[in-house]
Design a protein around this ligand. Structure first.
Ligand code: C2O
Ligand code: CU
Ligand code: CU
Length: 483
């Protein structure tokens, strides 16, 4: 480059990740139970090493060394014996989107200490088939443990799947990696805390732009998971067509052809992709403006997540997608309306209150002069010992989530699935064109999103922004659902 790069130490070179390798399926966690209807297994959160770039080891945290997929069925009882093997840090497993009892849901108030063990046990009700996932939720450490690698997929399959088995069922877990020249994963900076941490490499099942081979005209079922801390993924499949068949909480009522989609942190989609043209079909990112503070621009266009090489050979005939996938119940009239106002504030915060957010933890690298950034719900910063809302099990509620901040915040509720009623911005109201179960919805800056929900199980449940750095900086609350 003409300014002496050759004199720089070799360790200043950013690792180059190989591209174009065959897409790997994520490993499955095997069921240790021989009894039908019971899924039993052991999971440990532990340090591990991954070789993302040739010759460079990256220390990470993983479940069982590989982040295996848990696959169970509706009606199953699940028993996971968990061990926290993370040195010096508590952790939990939170079952994102799943209808599990509150005391089994890995709340920040129920930590498993370093070296500790516990069993997570719950039943998967009928009708709960969906693309769930699991991740740590310890107070003040969620963002860090996730960007260091801890996240897994939890697939709940229905007894009878209306989607033809010939389409396969491929999980694509999208993660976001930042690695330093020495291969380590750097700690978060102030910019990361403000905007949410965005990495340098978008990975699919841990691989950069992996390739898959398909036949001409082949249809494939692809489940896309945004497991990144903070990356907004506006996605398009070039040279292939996409049909939406499911959202966070399972199948929608009927397939819908789509040209592109926005997948914000923690959201999932279930797609049928039809490879109707020979050549390369690429899953790419498009530009998205989600609001950004400080230097840099996070969600650039033109990144290739995955390449499908479509052969000239026509695919064997497969059954068509059914016109009707399932019925989704109407939740009916809400008996309570709650408002949640999301704000960001700068300044006016002392170190004492900041330490309540876990920011004084030894692993945090937030500069002390930048500790003024707060992310609030209804003017309050998360407090584990405070109940923000009191609700009742079985009660239908309308939640109005009002984003008065300058950036988008994906809003997530634990313990249940909700239905989006409408979006309102600048006086303009739009309603979704289809009914769907969701557990996370993006609330655009300046927008109000109204959702209908019902919590069927009692206990304390969190709701929060799923930009994990914002969750950590206070944008979280607790609703206590009473029996
Ligand atoms: Cu994936 Cu509290 O969330
Ligand atoms: Cu969750
Ligand atoms: Cu946020």
């Amino acid at each position: 480059s003409g300014h002496g790069n050759h004199t720089m130490p070799v360790t200043s070179t950013l690792p180059v990740l190989p591209e174009g390798q065959p897409l790997q399926a994520l490993p499955r966690l095997s069921n240790q139970s021989a009894v039908p209807g019971i899924f039993k297994a052991e999971l440990a959160a532990e340090p591990g090493v991954v070789r993302f770039a040739e010759g460079i080891d990256t220390p990470v945290l993983l479940y069982n060394g590989t982040n295996p997929v848990i696959e169970a069925h509706e009606g199953d009882r699940v028993e996971i014996s968990f061990r926290n093997g993370i040195p010096g840090q508590p952790t939990t497993i939170h079952w994102h989107g799943m209808p599990v009892p509150a005391d089994q849901d890995g709340n920040p108030a129920d930590p498993v200490v370093s070296g500790g063990e516990r069993v997570y046990a719950f039943e998967l009700p009928e009708g709960s088939a969906a693309s769930y996932w699991f991740h740590p939720h310890p107070h003040g450490l969620t963002a860090e443990q996730v960007y260091r690698g801890l996240a897994g997929i939890f697939l709940v399959k229905p007894k009878d799947d209306p989607i033809p088995a010939e389409y396969g069922d491929t999980v694509l877990m999208l993660t976001d990696l930042r690695i330093a020249p020495d291969g380590t994963i750097p700690e978060s900076t102030m910019t990361d805390f403000m905007n949410g941490r965005v990495g340098d490499h978008l990975l699919v099942n841990g691989q950069k732009n992996p390739q898959m081979a398909v036949a001409l005209g082949e249809k494939r079922r692809l489940r896309l998971y945004n497991v990144t801390n903070a990356r907004f993924l506006r996605l398009k499949f070039e040279n292939a067509s996409m049909t939406l068949i499911g959202t966070d909480g399972g199948l929608i009522e009927a397939p819908i052809a789509i040209d592109e989609l926005l997948l914000t942190p923690a959201e999932r989609v279930d797609l049928i992709v039809s490879f109707d043209k020979p050549g390369a079909a690429k899953l790419i990112t498009l530009e998205y403006e989600r609001g950004w503070m400080g230097p840099g621009k996070p969600d650039e266009a033109g990144k290739i997540l995955l390449t499908a090489n479509v052969s000239d050979e026509p695919a064997a005939a497969t059954p068509p997608l059914p016109a009707k996938l399932r019925a989704i119940e109407s939740l009916g009239k809400p008996v309570v309306t709650r408002r949640f106002v999301l704000t960001e504030t700068m300044g006016g915060m002392n170190h004492g209150s900041m330490s309540m957010q876990g920011m004084d933890h030894a692993t945090m690298s937030m500069p002390s002069d930048s500790m003024g950034m707060k992310f609030l719900i209804n003017g309050a910063s998360f407090d584990m010992d405070r109940i923000d809302e009191v609700s009742k099990a079985g009660q239908v509620e309308l939640w109005e989530v009002i984003n008065e901040a300058d950036m988008d915040h994906p809003f997530h509720v634990h313990g249940t699935q909700f239905q989006v009623v409408e979006h309102e911005k600048d006086g303009k109201v739009t309603t979704p064109s289809y009914r769907a179960w969701k557990d996370t919805v993006n609330v655009v800056a300046g927008e109000t999103v109204r959702i209908l929900l019902r919590q069927d199980l009692p206990g304390p449940r969190m709701y929060h922004c799923h930009i994990l750095e914002h969750e950590q900086l206070g944008m979280m609350g607790t609703v206590d659902v009473q029996a």
